[in-house]
Design a protein around this ligand. Structure first.
Ligand code: HEC
Length: 106
């Protein structure tokens, strides 16, 4: 019983650490990848705000894959006539982690 309690507590600590780690990494990557030149968390700049993106896709199945591909390849027509440039110089894994961060924006 004692062990069970201990492992539940440990699991809670580990998952909390993972969440805040992903959060910090997401923000750092967005900053160093230049995304924040065109996007802000809560207002439209050149591109949509990340809150608007999260609200649009939060419950959409496959959104993570679709958005990762859109950021990687660039393109427009979803939010307006302005296209996002491709980001082929950034690894797909990094883009996916930024997309997860964006989808978690509230
Ligand atoms: C030069 C400006 C610019 C930069 C830099 C930029 N974006 Fe965008 N982004 C846009 C525009 C414009 C749109 C809207 C495109 C559309 O309407 O289809 C957009 C759309 C998006 C969307 C929503 C796509 C969809 O299918 O709904 C995501 C997610 C996104 N950007 C993430 C990023 C990330 C992550 C980065 C950094 C790696 C980034 N953007 C860098 C301009 C930019």
């Amino acid at each position: 019983m004692q062990n069970l309690v201990r492992s539940i507590a440990l699991a809670a600590i580990l998952s909390a650490g993972a969440v805040s780690g992903a959060f910090a990494q997401g923000k750092e990557l967005l900053t160093k990848s230049g995304c924040l030149a065109c996007h802000a968390a809560d207002k439209k700049l050149v591109g949509p705000s990340y809150i608007d993106v999260a609200n649009k896709y939060r419950s959409v199945k496959g959104a993570e894959d679709k958005l990762t591909a859109h950021v990687l390849n660039g393109g427009g027509g979803v939010w307006g006539p302005i296209a996002m440039p491709p980001h082929k110089h950034i690894s797909e894994a990094d883009i996916r982690s930024m997309v997860r961060f964006i989808l978690a924006t509230k």
